[in-house]
Design a protein around this ligand. Structure first.
Ligand SMILES: [Cu+2]
Length: 135
């Protein structure tokens, strides 16, 4: 009885391991992945867009992305204290200081135009805003 249970457990683990392995194989055989890049690169496929902040503006007022494409915002603050908030997308950075950076993933599964802005004080009114267009 105990031996049977042990056998079932071992067989289960082996099967699970095989399934996991074959899935990994499938992912890494994606033609978009250059052969020299490892799995770290696979998870960052898509667009990385840098947005820089100063007092009181961003260097981009408009960001365009295809619906469903993975979007990472590389937020760079070069002056003062700021953040970037994507309205209605549940994506925002912390308020960070001068010389700091933060990366966030922004969901792109809904087409539309979404505002982004700095939520510190009245920075948005002073010009720290733009729009993300998912098309
Ligand atoms: Cu700000």
């Amino acid at each position: 009885m105990k031996k049977t249970l042990l056998f079932v457990a071992v067989a289960g683990l082996a099967l699970g391991g095989y399934l996991l392995f074959s899935q990994t194989q499938r992912k890494s055989s994606s033609p978009a992945t250059p052969p020299t890049r490892m799995s770290v690169q696979t998870s960052t496929q898509g667009k990385v867009i840098t947005v820089s902040a100063v007092n009181f503006s961003y260097d981009k007022q408009e960001i365009r992305i295809k619906k469903g494409e993975k979007l990472t915002i590389h937020f760079v603050n070069t002056e003062g204290k700021h953040n970037i908030v994507f309205e209605g997308l549940n994506a925002q950075t912390d308020v960070i200081g001068e010389g700091q950076t933060q990366d966030i993933d922004v969901p792109t599964d809904t087409a539309g135009t979404f505002a982004y802005f700095c939520s510190v004080g009245n920075h948005r009114k002073m010009g720290m805003e733009g729009k993300l267009i998912v098309e």
